[in-house]
Write a protein that binds this ligand. Structure first.
Ligand SMILES: [Zn+2]
Length: 461
């Protein structure tokens, strides 16, 4: 029995899209994200290099927050050190690397290494080369370091009232060791973890005992890295991005995943990428026999992000019963006038992005998350972002926003009979607040006084 006079108790928040190890790593060097110019970032990197030995990988810069958006190049990074050094952009889809990192990680022949007119690497790395580069750095971490990073991220989450996360494991960037370590110490973490593995290898996820495949498996990249696959080119002659899969390859993953009884998830941000995912699901659905179709909607196959979707795509996704995992803080960070989306896509396209209310009104299953470390794991920031969407007609009410972060995210992982509401028989997952998060005029800095996950007191103010 716990006495909590005067507090408001809400179901524990469920963050439907988290990278735990990345969150821990990001917190080791917050000064990278706090930099407001290339100069500041280089100064921050210099200080970090003095403190750490061996290869150094940091995460979190966002040049759209800088007055001058020119990012450091390979020469700037080479003057700092001859040890391998890489700085990953906030969205994870673009890295800046020095010559030692490019050479030692053996990415120079891989797709995604940008080169200047003379064929020399500029230091910018995207796509397959970016994944391999990050993977190479991960190998220099000991198992106990990774365990510690995951634990720190989990502790941060429960301090914000989050009692469960959908962990988006990225084997292309962190190897299989990362989810394996997580699985081993999962029971000791202060919150519940539902793992999605970004792979097309169905046998592999079944061997690991998972009932889900894909998760954050990238179909395209990000708007910030100009790798999100869009139907019309970016504003400044930066191409249109490309899809990472052929239709046939995707159809195979979707069909085999579905027939194996798994939930299938993919990452899609640009309108061309979302269109491809929906189109391929339509094709797979049509080819199923009546038995295969019977439980199709109930499987809630997921699309992560789903940012550039107009009414037609929403309608087609709804017709298939696809579920959408949204990140409202993306809109708060980048969706407003003058923000990253307008810079990259122009205002007309930026205006119609992240159509949260349209999704809800069409009855699409919708859960919410942070994509931490891309944005803060604090659900209050996400709820506020839902309430203050850049387009007033897409805003959610406080209660709708809280529901997306609790029941909505529970439903995305088929956990609505265990999590997401407070009722007899449900998991004891909840957070108690001195300030009522349903009534408070501002949620800024609102933190729980107590967080309980699976009946365990995991955070107390
Ligand atoms: Zn993603």
């Amino acid at each position: 029995m716990v006495e909590l006079p005067g507090t408001t108790i809400v179901p524990g928040f469920i963050d439907a899209h988290v990278h735990l190890t990345g969150t821990g790593a990001h917190r080791q060097a917050p000064e990278v994200a706090d930099s407001r110019s290339a100069r500041q970032m280089l100064d921050a990197l210099r200080a970090i290099l003095e403190k750490r030995s061996g290869p150094v990988l940091v995460h979190g810069w966002d040049e759209t927050r800088w007055d001058a958006r020119q990012v450091p190049d390979v020469c700037d990074l080479d003057t700092l050190t001859d040890r391998p050094l890489a700085a990953v952009r906030i969205d994870g889809h673009l890295s800046l690397a020095n010559t030692a990192a490019l050479r030692e990680s053996k990415v120079l022949g891989v797709e995604g290494v940008e080169r200047d007119e003379d064929g020399r690497p500029t230091g910018k790395v995207t796509r397959g080369a970016n994944q391999r580069l990050q993977h190479w750095f991960q190998r220099h971490l000991a198992d106990c370091d990774i365990e510690q990073l995951q634990l720190e991220a989990a502790s941060l989450a429960v301090a914000h009232g989050v009692t469960c996360v959908h962990e988006m494991s990225m084997p292309a960037e962190r190897g299989l060791r990362d989810p394996e370590i997580l699985r081993k110490h999962r029971a000791r973490l202060p919150l519940d973890v539902i793992t999605y593995l970004a792979t097309t290898d169905i046998a592999q996820v079944m061997d690991l005992g998972l009932t889900r495949v894909g998760g954050d498996l990238p179909i395209d990249g990000s708007i910030g890295a100009r790798t999100a696959w869009v139907s019309e080119p970016y504003e400044q002659g930066e191409g249109s991005g490309t899809g990472y899969f052929e239709d046939g390859e995707l159809a195979q993953l979707f069909r085999n995943g579905h027939l194996a009884g798994l939930q299938v998830g993919v990452h899609a941000i640009g309108d061309a990428a979302i269109d491809q995912v929906v189109r391929v699901w339509e094709r797979v659905y049509r080819a199923l026999d009546s038995r295969g179709r019977r439980h199709f909607r109930a499987r809630r196959h997921r699309i992560e992000h789903f940012e550039m979707a107009g009414d037609d795509l929403i309608e087609r996704a709804a017709a298939l019963g696809l579920a959408v995992s949204v990140q409202p803080t993306f809109d708060a960070e980048w969706g407003h006038p003058g923000g990253l989306y307008e810079i990259g896509l122009g205002w007309d396209r930026a205006w119609s992005m992240n159509p949260f209310r349209s999704l809800l009104e069409r009855g699409v299953e919708m859960g919410a998350g942070s994509d931490s470390p891309v944005t803060t794991i604090d659900p209050m920031a996400g709820i506020t972002a839902f309430e203050w969407h850049h387009q007033p007609s897409q805003r959610l009410s406080r209660v709708e926003a809280i529901r997306a972060y609790t029941l909505g995210s529970a439903r995305l992982a088929h956990l609505e009979e265990k999590k997401g509401t407070l009722a007899p028989g449900m998991h004891a997952d909840f957070a108690a607040y001195d300030t009522d998060p349903i009534e408070a005029s501002s949620l800024k800095g609102v933190l729980p006084v107590l967080t309980v996950s699976l009946g365990r007191e995991v955070f107390a103010a």
